[in-house]
Design a protein. Structure first.
Length: 426
């Protein structure tokens, strides 16, 4: 099954036997987009390997070129070379289309604010529905002029700099992407940057990841601040995507099989590797090494009560696993994922209920009670993570169909082909 020829609806079948295999996944979307931006802002030519090529990262490739970088991509080799450019020297207006990519839009907006020329940022209708207000206010307080021609705090936005930097308040409870975007632009601000969080930060591991990628390009973030400086070009290897890995680790737990994700080891920058810890609490066996993570199922899975604020991109994956547990699973701390590609709390509960599963929505998460899914054609709401997580319900239950499977192209175009190979489907 090819990712470039997916039908409008895909029918999936239960596995014939538990998988026992090793998978090698595409590069991390989160790391790819951070590395592309740092390389675009760096002096000299950087070479990135293990790059993910998907809709979200193609949006960042286009944004890097709009910022003035020279970008050469080799998809077959999963490499990109980037000759950086100083945006503070830009003199012509530019436009960036971020498609559906929240990371691209929220990382690039502060970079556009470094320029003295006007920069316009827009995206797909799905991205236009997501909030940008805190980032807009932060950039204004740092000296940028931001126009909101449609709706306050929403795309499209037009920004004219330069931002001068200094201290800036920022809420942390809506998205860590606002903070990451500001930090990556911070060293090119005249006065550097010091962020003061006005509410607790969600998805903390993603900010830790941002600091690690910045450090690889020669800039040290000091907590929530960064001194004036300049990125240096480097060679940078991108590790496999831990959010994508969650689907295959979950598949092992659900089927009683054994699946190893190669290249995603104990030194990973990604917080979502901790999804394996949740599976371990549920009764799966987990082996970790510098070379990868292995999950082995086999016993009865247990329901858990877990706060997933730091690994929220794997919450829908856990919902699919929870269906096969011996008791209820309560997920907490993820109310902010209502502002993702769709309202992910309402969406996953609605779809599980359609399949006859007892699911309950809460302000900060959901409760899933175990059951056997009835044959169902699931709506994906145009959300790649809905499509990938709900597909896991087919591993043990017949009659599962996924509507609009093509939405996985956002971050993992080859997902259904890889799932088919791993689970040995014809």
């Amino acid at each position: 099954m090819s990712e470039i020829s997916l039908p409008s609806v895909i029918a999936l079948s239960p596995v014939e036997q538990p998988p026992d295999t090793t998978v090698r996944l595409p590069g991390s979307k989160s790391i790819t987009n951070r590395a592309l931006l740092c390389a675009a802002l760096a002096e000299g030519e950087s070479t990135l390997s293990g790059v993910l090529f998907a809709d979200d990262t193609r949006a960042m490739l286009g944004a890097a070129a709009a910022l003035g970088a020279q970008v050469t991509a080799d998809e077959a080799a999963a490499t990109v070379t980037v000759r950086g450019s100083d945006p503070r020297e830009a003199s012509r207006p530019v436009s960036v289309y971020a498609n559906q990519s929240g990371t691209t839009a929220r990382f690039v907006l502060p970079a556009l604010a470094l320029r003295t020329a006007r920069g316009v940022l827009d995206g797909d209708a799905q991205l236009r529905a997501r909030p940008f207000g805190p980032l807009v206010e932060a950039l204004r307080s740092l000296g940028a002029r931001v126009e909101e021609p449609a709706e306050a705090g929403r795309l499209p936005l037009a920004v004219t700099g330069p931002v001068h930097g200094g201290r800036v308040p920022l809420p942390g409870h809506l998205s860590s992407q606002f903070l990451s975007g500001l930090l990556m632009a911070g060293p090119l601000m005249r006065d550097g940057l010091a962020v003061e969080l006005t509410s607790p930060l969600v998805s903390v591991p993603y900010v830790t990841m941002t600091a690690a990628v910045m450090a690889a390009f020669g800039v040290q973030a000091d907590g929530l601040g960064v001194a004036p400086g300049r990125y240096r070009a480097t060679e940078y290897a991108i590790e496999p995507d831990a959010s994508a890995a969650s689907y295959f680790l979950a598949a092992a737990a659900i089927t009683g099989g054994r699946i190893t994700v190669a290249g995603l080891g104990t030194g990973s920058l990604q917080g979502d590797v901790r999804f394996a810890d949740v599976l371990e609490r549920m009764g799966a066996r987990v082996s970790r090494s510098a070379a990868g993570i292995t999950v082995t199922g086999g016993g009865q899975l247990r329901g858990v009560d877990v706060d997933m604020a730091d690994i929220s991109d794997t919450a829908q994956t856990l919902a699919a696993v929870a269906v096969h547990a011996d008791g209820p699973t309560r997920v907490r701390g993820i109310g902010f994922i209502r502002e993702k590609e769709t309202d992910r709390l309402a969406a996953v509960v609605t779809e599980l209920r359609r399949a006859g599963i007892d699911a309950e929505e809460h302000d900060d998460g959901f409760t899933i009670r175990p059951g056997r899914p009835a044959p169902t054609r699931f709506d994906t709401y145009g959300d790649h993570r809905m499509a990938m997580s709900l597909s896991l319900l087919s591993l043990r239950s017949p009659g599962i169909e996924i509507d609009n499977p093509r939405c996985v192209a956002k971050t993992y175009p080859g997902f259904f082909a890889d799932l088919s190979r791993v689970t040995a489907r014809a």
